[in-house]
Design a protein around this ligand. Structure first.
Ligand code: ADP
Ligand code: MG
Length: 376
């Protein structure tokens, strides 16, 4: 096969991990960050920093690449469509458009009979009022666009609820969804990979623990019934098929108190809860993205060892630029450190992750907890 150059839209850590896998496999990678200066040049063969509406950057990017993918869903839809007219681009601009907008995403789920959290679409304080009347109990308002790690969300508990006018003042001029707050028994996610020939593979679901709306731990295998895990894989696969998706997609689920699975949202790219696949699975989610985009057969998804992934947030950095001493983490048998090379640490900013593999999931979890304690 000829040497291929993959173009990547977005400048974050997912692009960096994609670039590392591309290097290993002998592919070239050009990353157009849209302005993000956080270090794409370290691993990509070339980094382009122009904004996504910069015509010179556009030409520089498309002239060099054989196929294109994204590592971030908030890429302007028209840009993805414009690129896909010139170069094979996966996922499609239509699939990205659905996953980047909660209104389209929720509507897609509802129309396809896929169980999701009850919701209403709102564009004004009046519409908020009728939505609240239709969804009794605690709710969460979420902006339709550009939210991540819990940003752009406002919880409206029944107790101590602020007025509708005040709640809506945070969303004025925006579209939003109002969603029933689920009394969560747990959260899981399934990474799905679909090739352009329709071949589909899924990974073992990850059991996810969030803190402050940010992923904290992913535990694989998830400690749930086989029936629930099989059903999650089935639903996630049908999401990918109904989207006619090509590439890697992360499907996030809530589990309610009755054990029912509800799709929360989809990420049209490799996902934080799939990072363990680098160290603990036959094929990583990043290699799968390259395989799918290039049109190669998809890899096996088997779990080699039980694993826990722990996100490293800027909160444990000694200062903006000084990382912690990793001795305590690396002393733990089966630990592996991944740092994203971000120059400035901030509270809640994802700076890296650790994985802990062990013979049993209980041992992997104990090791992760030992590590959390050491960096508290
Ligand atoms: P983001 O785009 O920030 O990941 P999510 O909708 O996935 O947005 O919300 C982040 C986290 O907040 C979820 O993983 C979950 O822990 C919590 N959360 C969000 N919506 C709800 C809900 N309707 N009920 C209960 N918890 C929720
Ligand atoms: Mg989420």
């Amino acid at each position: 096969m000829d040497e291929k150059t993959i173009g990547v839209l977005g400048g974050g850590q997912l692009g960096r991990m994609l670039a590392l896998e591309a290097r290993r496999m002998g592919y070239k990678l050009v990353q157009w960050t849209g302005g993000d200066q956080s270090g794409a040049e370290l691993f990509a063969d070339q980094a382009i920093y122009g904004s996504f509406d910069d015509q010179a950057a556009f030409e520089q990017f498309v002239s060099q690449v054989d196929a294109v993918t994204v590592e971030f869903e908030n890429i302007p839809k028209n840009l993805v469509a414009k690129i896909s007219a010139l170069k094979p681009t996966f996922p499609s601009s239509e699939a990205i458009a659905i996953c980047q907008d909660r209104e389209l995403e929720k509507t897609f789920l509802r129309e396809n009979g896929i169980p999701t959290t009850p919701f209403r679409i709102v564009q004004s304080a009046e519409e908020l009022e009728s939505a609240l009347a239709e969804l009794p109990g605690d709710v969460i308002i979420k902006t339709a666009r550009d939210g991540y790690d819990g940003k752009g969300q406002l919880a409206l508990p029944v107790e101590n609820r602020i007025s509708n006018a005040e709640a809506w003042s945070h969303f004025t001029g925006l579209r939003a969804i109002v969603e029933k707050k689920i009394n969560l028994a747990g959260e899981i996610s399934v990474m799905v990979v679909r090739g352009s020939d329709g071949q589909v593979v899924t990974y073992d679901p990850a059991e996810n623990e969030h803190k402050n709306h940010i992923l904290h731990l992913s535990i694989v295998p998830a400690r749930l019934s086989q029936e629930t895990l099989d059903l999650a894989r089935e639903i996630a696969q049908s999401v990918a098929e109904k989207l006619e998706y090509v590439g890697v997609i992360g499907v996030e689920f809530f589990i309610d108190q009755d054990g029912k699975l509800l799709v929360n949202e989809m990420a049209p790219r490799p996902h934080n809860s799939g990072h363990h696949t680098l160290d603990a699975c036959q094929t990583s989610q990043f290699e799968q993205q390259l395989r799918a985009v290039i049109g190669l057969p998809l890899g096996a998804t088997g779990l080699l060892k039980p694993v826990v992934m722990l996100n490293l947030l800027g909160d444990i950095w000694k200062s903006e630029a000084e990382q912690p001493d990793w001795t305590a983490a690396l002393e733990i048998p089966g630990s592996k450190l991944h740092l994203y090379g971000k120059k400035t640490a901030k509270a809640n900013r994802k700076m890296g992750h650790l994985t802990f593999t062990a013979d049993t999931v209980e041992e992997a979890l104990q090791n992760a907890e030992k590590c959390i304690e050491a960096y508290r």
